[in-house]
Write a new protein. Sequence first.
Length: 87
Amino acid sequence: MKGDRVEIVVDAGDTTRTYEVVASRAGRRVETAVRRGVVEVSEVTRSGTVVRTARFMANRVLALVEQPVPRDDAADGERPLRDDPTS
């Protein structure tokens, strides 16, 4: 969803570097994957087409912080996930 972001903190030898991947347009989302020692963060469209990808060596990644945009789904009127048979 537009505004979703992932922050990646990477060890760059004597310092750290911070990178951000943001879902920049409506209908896009950010997906993360760890495969074969590589952390991959991608911005993806509704249809699943990858727009951009950032890849980092997993042993250099210090932190991976996902920051989703607050959804309107959890509005003030909270509902139980399922009906309680005891009430």
